[in-house]
Design a binder for this molecule. Structure first.
Ligand SMILES: Cc1cc2nc3c(=O)[nH]c(=O)nc-3n(C[C@H](O)[C@H](O)[C@H](O)COP(=O)(O)OP(=O)(O)OC[C@H]3O[C@@H](n4cnc5c(N)ncnc54)[C@H](O)[C@@H]3O)c2cc1C
Length: 349
């Protein structure tokens, strides 16, 4: 993945080969902790390892896989047996699922029931894998202005277009806009009940998977930076060593947080609010660690960290973009609020 990442970034090309390889390895249908009935640290750790490794290979592939796994998680959590069977079979046959829940400022996705059919109007923005996913979980406002989830097989007349202003990084995730106006889908596409998408802990706690992918990017960044410093004969400078040491602390702190957040998020028996608060602190810890490490690496390498076409420049651009996840201030203060109200609670992995 690392070998092809530069070319895919340059061409803003979807990582077809990488996804096919992941499918071949069983990553699109791997057992998920949510499918069990009790805490299963081994499954949570295994999923974390996969996401970290893929993020290390190519952050865009990590994002695409993370969205697919998020969809599989939600189908396992809220789907009927038939929906679970169908989605699993589709994924086994190579159907990659997107998770498209972000509405544009105007013209967000709406649905209208007509007997056993649903008519769609409007669309979604920031859709990773747009034009390449074979299916997607979307949220749509129904007539009562509640939000419902739908699991769609694509190629139903939707229109894919690039974002009016493309993202600077994560170009290979082909994040675009999708308009579903005029599409007609069976009522069986509805997943779960009104409001399930926003139901905790799944709504917030799933963020740990994005943190795992970001950690992969951080690991790759440090590997490349150390190699580059060694090559230029600057690795032994005490200033450089101090910066690399700090960046390594950031990396290893993130590793501990990802493990703790994964285990807490996927502990089905644990308190809902504690799971959300733990993942929230973990998400901000990893975000901060990545931002710190990028600053340290750029300071160490100097201007060469900004040369287009180099791995360091691409990983920093991808990571900076990918770290922009929703409502970071609310996540931090919400988590702080829970832990201050529950002073005996600790974060452990
Ligand atoms: C690479 C990439 C791929 C993506 N792929 C998908 C995808 O496939 N599907 C999808 O649905 N989405 C996708 N997204 C979009 C993602 O789900 C979020 O919508 C997006 O990342 C939000 O980032 P933001 O920085 O704009 O968040 P915001 O929440 O807008 O945060 C920006 C700032 O505003 C502050 N803020 C937030 N809310 C308020 C408020 N009410 N009042 C005051 N301040 C506020 C925040 O604290 C923060 O400081 C993707 C994003 C990225 C980066």
């Amino acid at each position: 993945m690392q070998e092809r990442a530069g070319q895919l970034d340059r061409d803003a090309a979807f990582p077809d080969q990488e996804i096919e390889r992941l499918r071949h390895l069983g990553a699109l249908t791997m057992p998920l902790p949510v499918q069990g009935r009790e805490r299963n640290d081994a499954l949570a750790d295994g999923l974390a390892s996969l996401l970290i490794l893929v993020g290390q290979g190519n952050l865009s592939v990590g994002r695409v896989l993370e969205a697919h796994i998020n969809t599989m998680h939600l189908v396992a959590r809220y789907g009927t047996e038939a929906q679970q069977r169908d989605t699993e079979a589709a994924a086994r046959d190579g159907c990659l699922f997107g998770l498209w829940v972000t509405d544009p400022p105007a013209g967000g996705l709406r649905m209208q029931r007509a007997g056993d059919r649903i008519r769609l109007h409007g669309g979604k923005q920031f859709c990773s894998s747009a034009g390449h996913a074979g299916g997607a979980l979307v949220t749509a406002a129904d007539e009562a202005a509640g939000t419902r989830m739908l699991v769609l097989r694509l190629g139903i007349g939707e229109t894919v277009s690039p974002l009016p202003a493309p993202l600077q990084g994560m170009r290979a995730s082909t994040t675009g806009a999708v308009d579903f106006t005029g599409c007609d889908v069976p009522a069986g596409a509805i997943l779960g009940e009104l409001g399930d998408y926003l139901r905790e802990p799944d709504f917030s706690a799933g963020a740990w998977r994005g943190s795992a992918v970001a950690l992969g990017g951080l690991i790759a960044l440090l590997d490349v930076a150390v190699a580059q410093l060694r090559e230029s004969g600057r690795l032994d400078s005490p200033h450089g060593q101090a910066r690399i040491g700090q960046a390594m602390i950031a990396r290893e702190t993130s590793r501990l947080w990802v493990r703790a957040a994964a285990r807490a998020a996927e502990d089905l028996a644990a308190d809902t609010a504690q799971r959300v608060a733990t993942v929230g602190l973990g998400r901000i810890a990893v975000e901060t660690a990545c931002l710190d490490a990028m600053r340290l690496v750029q300071r160490s390498l100097g201007l060469s960290a900004f040369r287009q076409g180099t791995a360091v420049e691409r990983i920093c651009r991808d990571l900076s973009t990918y770290l922009r996840q929703p409502a970071p201030d609310e996540v931090l203060t919400g988590s702080a609020s829970w832990f201050t109200a529950n002073p005996e609670a600790t974060v452990t992995a």
